[in-house]
Design a protein around this ligand. Sequence first.
Ligand code: ATP
Length: 271
Amino acid sequence: MTLEVRDLVIEAGGRRVVDGVSFDVADGARMGIIGESGSGKSLTALAILGLLPDGAAATGSVLWNGQEILGLPDRELAELRGDDIGIVFQEPRTALNPIRTVGRQIAESVRIHERVSKRDARARAVAEARRVSLPDPERVVDRYPHQLSGGQRQRVAIAMALACRPRLLIADEPTTALDVTIQADILSLLGDLVTEDGMSLVFITHDLAVLSRIATDAVVLARGEVVERGPVARLLAAPESHVTQGLVRDATATLWSPTHTTLPEPPGEAS
Ligand SMILES: Nc1ncnc2c1ncn2[C@@H]1O[C@H](COP(=O)(O)OP(=O)(O)OP(=O)(O)O)[C@@H](O)[C@H]1O
């Protein structure tokens, strides 16, 4: 299943905040969308999912497996989300319902999309909790979000997003709100699950070091436009635009030094 985004334009608050963005995500590919704050990353993801906030509108084309999904009725989009496309956001606290047990929330996404019985749904919730390596899955499903750590809450959000085995996962800064060590754990969990299921991935971040751990290719956004695109290894090693060069400098300065990635000297400072 492929995602093709063509000439996406988003107007929000009377301004054009995304301006002609195009990219493809082939079946099983791992695409990054990277850029500084306010460059249009989140709105691009929300437009793909049909979740733009009030006051924002998108034009252009978003083809999912050849079908136009931009402007689909809410009902059809809701079916697509969860069934075909999973979503993980930055802040699990806001993605989770504080007054429902995490098991119920994981089970709910299964029940909506697969019509399983209540009892089977609970068993599934336990299995999904185990799959994302939540501790003591039989019991953790009876806990409430506030009783879990930030990293555990993000595991719950990932379990919810992946419970129905979507073909595409869109993850918007899923590790940004977490401690540095937890970030690495969540990234490797996501990487493992994406590989296991053969899903495609769209991963949004402002951090090229993080991106290099999970994505193979990326588009670089600045002020709503694609300023550069290519394999992440090339963007790191030979960034062409000033924006990407800045991202490489930030990545090199980042506190956690990725074990699998050798970051190059920052541009202009190489000996
Ligand atoms: N609901 C809205 N109404 C008006 N403008 C908005 C709205 N949401 C976002 N914007 C503006 O659109 C631009 C792009 O926002 P977006 O959230 O997509 O950026 P981003 O790259 O994801 O940034 P961040 O990393 O800070 O989340 C920004 O200038 C932002 O202020």
